[in-house]
Design a protein around this ligand. Structure first.
Ligand SMILES: [Zn+2]
Length: 449
């Protein structure tokens, strides 16, 4: 059977090569003029033909941590051409005066779930079809963009398979509004593990919220399958359940270091990385040793884990907002007390992690709570002990690295994508201004003004 296919392959490769050539020829023109069509639909979101100059009272230079006053950015097409206190004003430029605001790079959320919405979290993946959830995801993508998030890493469709690729592709084609996306597809977890449908009548065969992989061979195969379906990176669930008991954080690991390392190696073969859901030890140590891209949730990290994270530049992504949401929306007073105890423990541990000097990225785990509200994460990270500038640098500079777009997003520099937001006031003095984004541009297209 295998041999029957070999003679077909050259034709397929040829067709594929032709389609790539056609795409390369068509795409720049398509983005230059909004009337160009794709599949019969107009590219609604394309940058204008003329340059744009943004002017505001202030501009945040994220790398130096300095405020430039006033601030101007010249945008040509989807890229930044000049940045400074005053830039070239070409004769055909449209100048937009944003008044008493601060221009800064678009925010990056390194941990989202576009396919989840608030309420009924345990059952929504059972009750709602993948097509229904895909429509929800497009609305969530728009809400996040309007809140100022111009790039996001989606950490799993939670049972909607590779439907996230359709959302990403429609955004990339300018058909619907949304952030730049890095996707993990359906994520990877173990049989009977954190994302499996435990607790149901086994005869009903309720689907888990991730793809199963129990051995190294299965991990490699699942990564290849998800890659084929369009994923950009790999998400593995490394811990669950996690319990705080008598001040001790007890965490069950899912994969051994060798298994995680096999995932990291296979991801590297594909030119990408592995992010892990990981709340505690020993899973965090295994993940750090295996060389993952980020340790998400990171409620408890041992000294040795933090030493390796510093050495290998692996950021923690605390996701405070989802913990706060669960604490404030618990089903009973007893559950609320235990969720609040975990949040308090997490806040204490965060201070220890800051003192240890590990890197951080900003991820909210939005989905279980309302999309478009997750600027709260930056406020909480500052409230729990980080300086506002450090939070913003974690969000933009570390976030760009985690999303594998370093040198392209997360800063206002010539040649970078024109992903720019404006906030009232000065975010270095009062970080809560990030919750009131008044202007959003992504790739030279204005989405909110
Ligand atoms: Zn998550």
């Amino acid at each position: 059977m295998k041999n029957n296919y070999t003679h077909i392959i050259p034709n397929c490769i040829l067709l594929f090569a032709l389609s790539i050539l056609t795409t390369i020829a068509v795409v720049p023109a398509a983005f230059a003029q909004s009337e160009t069509m794709h599949n019969g639909f107009e590219h609604t979101y394309a940058p204008p033909d003329h340059p744009i100059v943004l002017h505001a009272a202030r501009l945040l230079d994220i790398e130096s941590g300095k405020i430039i006053s006033p601030g101007e950015v010249l945008i040509r097409g989807d890229k930044i051409a000049e940045v400074g206190s005053s830039v070239t004003h070409p004769a055909d430029a449209q100048t937009i005066d944003l008044g008493d605001t601060t221009l800064m790079p678009g925010m990056i959320d390194a941990h989202v779930h576009l396919f989840l919405h608030p309420g009924n979290e345990g059952m929504q993946t059972v009750d709602e079809s993948a097509p229904e959830r895909t429509i929800t995801a497009t609305l969530n993508a728009r809400a996040d963009l309007m809140a100022g998030f111009t790039a996001e890493r989606d950490m799993g469709t939670e049972g909607a398979g590779s439907a996230d690729t359709a959302v990403r592709n429609a955004i990339n084609l300018g058909e619907i509004p949304g952030p730049r996306l890095r996707l993990s597809g359906n994520a990877i977890s173990i049989l009977g593990g954190h994302e499996d449908a435990v607790g149901f009548n086994p005869a009903q065969h309720v689907l888990g919220n991730a793809d199963y992989a129990n051995t190294i061979d299965e991990i490699v195969e699942t990564i290849r399958e998800q890659h084929k379906e369009g994923s950009d990176f790999v998400k593995m669930y490394e811990t669950g359940r996690d319990v705080l008991r008598d001040g001790k954080f007890i965490s069950q690991y899912q994969y051994t270091e060798a298994q995680l390392a096999a995932g990291v190696q296979e991801a590297a073969r594909l030119g990408t990385k592995v992010g892990v859901h990981c709340n505690g030890e020993p899973g965090a140590l295994y993940a750090a040793q295996a060389g993952v891209e980020s340790i998400d949730h990171a409620t408890y990290l041992s000294d040795e884990t933090m030493r390796i994270m510093r050495e290998k530049d692996i950021p923690a992504v605390p996701t405070f907002t989802v913990f706060e949401y669960f604490a404030d929306h618990a089903p009973s007073p007893a559950a609320a007390a235990s969720e609040h105890a975990v949040l308090d423990f997490k806040a204490q541990q965060f201070k220890r992690q800051i003192a240890a000097g590990i890197p951080f990225a900003v991820g909210s785990d939005v989905g279980p709570f309302m999309h478009g509200t997750q600027t709260r994460e930056l406020v909480l990270m500052a409230q729990y002990g980080m300086k506002p500038l450090a939070v913003l640098q974690a969000d933009m500079l570390e976030g760009a690295k985690v999303l594998m777009w370093q040198g392209q997003i997360g800063d206002l520099k010539p040649g970078y994508f024109a992903d720019i937001v404006a906030v009232p006031g000065n975010p270095l003095e009062d970080i809560s201004v990030v919750t009131r984004v008044s202007f959003v541009m992504k790739g030279g297209v204005i989405y909110k003004q």
